[in-house]
Design a protein around this ligand. Structure first.
Ligand code: SF4
Length: 355
């Protein structure tokens, strides 16, 4: 079975032994083990979507962006025109068969998720595919970079889903170009406008994902501008992410200080904000294991000093619990606007610098 670290856009599926998997058998030069997998994979555990069966409706790697942090490597095939990659029937039958197999084993599926080796809305048949797989009675999610959402037909297709994630890494043209490296015909103003139009007419759950890259989009100025835009877009939840697997280019994830600042700034304008920083966390964890629960909560969002104190009091624990987590490198203490916050220390990554 294949697993994902997270169903983020361009997420690399990994085998249970930790090697990366990719369609098409291309070796991305990270020294990873490559296997061929099919259009449908999983179900994989996803913090956002529960048990999610992935639908990879785009051959690797066809995208409208070539994000500096993309885990799938650089985009060799940049496209902005929608086209047919697979027959709708082929996708529909693959999904149907896989659902039958999984359910046959008694395993639940919470979402059927279009998460591709590229941008799923480039698929001209996306709407038809969603319609078909919806008939299986499982909720549908689409993880999109949002670059084609200025098109009426793309918005129409996405409206058929129950849950949509849009990528919002930057709202300033220069930073957008640096981080997402869009196909040259794309226009940021049209994309932003398309996202707003979509948000106004979408009945499902809209979420956003903002990947923070050190020195590119993690400055307070751009984070504030993104937050202003999100305040108008009104997603149900805004996710703050960092690259946690080897990316296309030599990029560094934003540090804990920037991630905490982004969390605080987004929280002032959005009803819900969470981290996606490479840990599975459960903000409502209460297992009785005080340290484990604290790490679970702070993997999802930072805790203010007073909230930690309250938590410790309720768990009949002392501050030495926190000190121990800081000393062993699991937790980090941060300051933002004169207040102390505690956050799960970012995972160590084994990045490989390109030659
Ligand atoms: S949008 Fe960016 S992260 Fe997603 S597949 Fe395309 S290049 Fe990779």
């Amino acid at each position: 079975m294949l697993l994902t670290t997270d169903e983020g856009h361009g997420a690399v599926r990994v085998n249970q032994d930790g090697g990366a998997a990719s369609d098409g058998g291309e070796n991305r030069g990270y020294g990873v083990r490559v296997v061929i997998n099919s259009i449908v994979y999983g179900p994989v555990p996803s913090r956002r979507l529960g048990r999610s069966l992935g639908i990879n409706n785009i051959p690797p790697k066809i995208c409208s962006y070539s994000c500096v942090y993309c885990q799938l490597g650089s985009t060799m095939n940049m496209h902005v025109e929608r086209q047919t990659f697979y027959h709708t029937e082929e996708i529909a039958q693959s999904v149907k068969e896989k659902v039958r197999q999984v359910k046959g084993k008694g395993e639940p599926i919470d979402f059927l998720t279009f998460v591709s080796d590229g941008e799923p809305t480039l698929d001209a048949n996306l709407g038809k595919e969603i319609e078909f797989v919806k008939s299986l009675g499982i909720k549908i999610a689409v993880i999109s970079n949002g670059s084609l959402i200025w098109r009426d037909d793309v918005r129409q297709d996405l409206r058929k889903a129950d849950w949509v994630s849009l990528k919002v890494d930057a709202v300033s043209r220069q930073i957008w170009r640096r981080i997402n490296r869009p196909q040259k015909l794309l226009n940021l103003e049209r994309i932003v406008d398309g996202m707003l139009k979509f948000a106004q007419t979408f009945d499902g759950e809209l979420t956003t994902e903002t990947m923070l890259v050190r020195g590119v989009n993690d400055g307070t100025g751009e984070i504030e501008r993104i937050a202003e835009f999100l305040a108008v877009l009104k997603p149900a939840k805004g996710y703050v992410a960092i690259p946690t697997r080897p990316p296309a280019e030599w990029v560094e994830p934003a540090g804990e200080g920037s991630i905490n600042a982004a969390y605080q700034i987004f929280t002032e304008r959005l009803p819900a904000v969470e981290y996606l920083i490479g840990y599975e966390g459960n903000a409502f964890a209460c297992t009785g294991d005080v340290q484990g629960d604290l790490l679970s909560i702070t993997a999802v969002h930072p805790m203010r000093e007073d909230a930690v104190a309250e938590f410790l009091k309720n768990s009949r624990s002392g501050w030495d619990t926190i000190q121990e987590l800081i000393n062993n490198g699991s937790l980090v203490e941060l300051e933002y606007q004169g207040k102390k916050f505690y956050m799960r220390k970012l995972p160590r990554r084994n990045l490989v610098s390109p030659q």
